[in-house]
Ligand binder design. Structure first.
Ligand SMILES: C[S@@+](CC[C@H](N)C(=O)[O-])C[C@H]1O[C@@H](n2cnc3c(N)ncnc32)[C@H](O)[C@@H]1O
Ligand SMILES: Nc1nc2[nH]cc(C(=O)O)c2c(=O)[nH]1
Ligand code: SF4
Ligand SMILES: [Mg+2]
Length: 210
């Protein structure tokens, strides 16, 4: 049970449910290859059946953690932080991004965009989901649109989402991991015919790192 004083601190984003934190190499998207401190918040109600981190979904399983402690650990190792989840925009991210920036870190986010944008981000990766479409605030601010391709219909979904995102966003297709043998050839052909799209590979899975 969340106590009353925890509820206030959570609403203000001074404590957040932390599933895990790890210093690794960003595996996906424009920042692929860049060293990054990942902060994975617990809690997601989007329900992607192929989600590769279902252990994150139940926020109650992940301890409410003082943001100052997270930021201190990130600062000790990294110059770039990636906030992910779970769905990190379920929480008020104003406080953690302000503290990360004060500590001199770049702030990136991985989000489905299903909730209103909060926080001060240097890079926003929007990975929209059919189950719970993004809010306008995230379409407007996204730096990259990264659509997961699980089946052929997802190419149509990708174009629908590209029409909604702001004009400056990079357009990326990322294969759903378990379908890579079947769908990678189709993605390669699609990008050759539609070169406004680029491929995002989950390189950390090939490198066998977190
Ligand atoms: C685990 S999610 C967490 C952040 C946020 N909930 C979201 O979906 O963007 C991080 C990234 O992994 C992608 N992802 C999740 N499961 C995947 C899978 N099985 N194959 C490829 N990408 C996947 C998501 O689309 C998202 O871009
Ligand atoms: N190395 C690495 N790169 C990532 N890019 C996005 C990830 C995520 O789960 O949000 C992720 C992740 O879990 N590990
Ligand atoms: S929105 Fe992200 S964390 Fe939530 S189920 Fe989908 S991929 Fe997983
Ligand atoms: Mg991941």
């Amino acid at each position: 049970m969340t106590k009353d004083y925890d509820k206030v601190a959570l609403d203000e984003g001074r404590i957040l449910p932390l599933m895990e934190e790890f210093y690794t190499i960003q595996g996906e998207g424009y920042y692929s290859g860049h060293a990054a401190y990942f902060i994975r918040l617990g809690g997601c109600d989007v329900g992607c059946h192929w989600c590769d981190v279902k252990e994150s979904w139940d926020a109650e399983l992940h301890p409410l953690t003082d943001v100052h402690n997270i930021v201190a650990r990130a600062k000790a190792e990294a110059n770039l932080a990636v906030i992910t989840g779970g769905e990190p925009l379920m929480y008020n991210l104003d406080y953690i991004t302000s503290e990360l920036k004060k500590a001199g870190l770049q702030t990136n986010i991985e989000t489905s965009g299903a909730y209103e944008l909060s926080g001060d981000f240097d890079w926003i990766c929007l990975s929209p989901k059919k189950n719970k479409l993004p809010t306008q605030s995230v379409y407007d601010a996204a730096d990259e649109l990264k659509v997961v391709i699980y089946n052929k219909h997802d190419f149509i979904f990708a174009e629908e989402q590209a029409a909604r995102v702001n004009d400056n966003a990079l357009l990326l297709l990322q294969v759903e991991w378990s379908k890579r043998a079947e769908m990678n050839p189709l993605i390669v052909e699609y990008v050759k015919k539609n070169p406004q799209w680029k491929i995002s590979v989950q390189t950390h899975k090939y490198l066998d790192i977190p």
